[in-house]
Write a protein that binds this ligand. Sequence first.
Ligand code: FAD
Ligand code: SF4
Length: 476
Amino acid sequence: MADRNLLFLDIPRTEPARRPVELRIGDFREIYAPVDPRSAAQQAGRCLGCGNPFCEWKCPVHNYIPDWLKLIEQGKLFEAAELSHQTNSLPEMCGRICPQDRLCEGACTLNDGLGAVTIGSIEAYITDEALKAGWKPDMSHVRPTGKRVAIVGAGPAGLGCADILVRHGVEPVVFDRYPRIGGLLTFGIPPFKLDKEVVETRRALLEEMGVEFRLGVEIGRDLEFATLLADYDAVFLGMGTYTSVKGELPGERLPGVVEALPYLVSNINRELGLAAGGGPFIDLKGQRVVVLGGGDTAMDCNRTAIRQGAASVTCTYRRDEENMPGSRRDFKNSRDEGVAFLFNRQPVAILGGERVRGVEVVETRLGAPGPRGRRLVEPIPGSEEIIEADAVLVAFGFLPSPPAWLGSHDIEVHANGRVRVTTLGPRRFATTNPKVFAGGDMVRGSDLVVTAVFEGREAAGGMLEFLGVAPAVRAA
Ligand code: FAD
Ligand code: SF4
């Protein structure tokens, strides 16, 4: 019989099957097939159970990874689900969309040549399958405290915060301007990465646990922030970052030049059959599309345009492939699905008359490290070229978008617009207004789902201390 500690030698890393390219580019459904119990147990069994698991340290919520892998190997699905929820409020989503190559799987000891354990797909499998089999979070020990907290924003930060509060007997009421929960999980990340039913299933679960959602309510427009301060014992802000970075390029306002998020949201609204809240449907069928940028948002634009039937999609990025910030998995999927990548190209102008007809780019090389340690981009004189285009999608990232009313409630922001919070002491993530806490992208800048979840949970720990409910409870 094989030594079970050496299973990783007999069983190779096997990722979940992907739907064939020619099928998946014809729709917006998730591309990965569900994991079956046998393969989940086999893959989980590859874990070495390292004494000091680097994967746990590298995971932003510090999941008990080797422990729930062991439970899955033993077929103990419900125990694994309960354990997985001790540290993560949205494990089925993080398992799908975390950049695991940079986080848990990148830190796996087996990543050194033998193939990391497929931590992400097993994490998603645990909650997906447990919920199907009737598992529910154990709330039997929860006693109501009579405290009520308002949460502004139903994105990952707000949901992480609500999850911890409700598990401690505090009543969370979550406000969001959108008609569905999820923030960018719903209105940003495309359905081929995260099926929106997964978010709706989580909503039902949270509601059953006692979280109340008030959707279609914009704080500061439909309801004054002062009302929340007066009506609730504390307030959490998890409102994200929504100012698109401009390239400041000549021609950026030409018809046919579109910002990434409105483009993605218009497509999601259409897929979900929702009214076009932010603008009309943007259809790139038959067009030559150029995507500017190399992050997750650019990859999502690439793959959405391919699915809409664009004639061609070219993605330009000013650094090289190795330095591209987008997840490796999404880059590979983009390339497999037919996206052409042009690395070391910096856009200098968007060209056109009545509408866009191309992008002028200059070739670049990487120079000496800049003040933040990243090598600077140097344009190579005389290397300009024109890429013809019928549509240009601008995906340069996002800057903070703090609402004006923060200042009138003593909530300070840094010079760059991020909300100022304390990360030390028991009242973690308190803003300069002691009754108000904040977390996620509006605090750390545009980042990841898992870091927003972490900050929402940590802030809930700080709020519990503030409310005198459970002093110094550690959320994670
Ligand atoms: P958000 O998710 O932005 O949620 C904020 C919520 O607050 C929104 O629902 C908004 O409607 C609401 N809100 C704001 N103001 C108000 C108001 N005044 N009143 C009421 N409601 C309000 N991360 C990953 O980990 N993996 C990925 O693959 C990935 N892909 C991405 C793709 C795209 C296109 C984008 C844009 C981001 C991606 N990210 C990804 C980043 C990730 O989505 C964010 O870091 C994360 O969603 C931040 O969570 P949050 O809760 O802070 O904010
Ligand atoms: Fe890995 Fe993300 Fe899951 Fe942590 S939350 S174990 S980083 S997939």
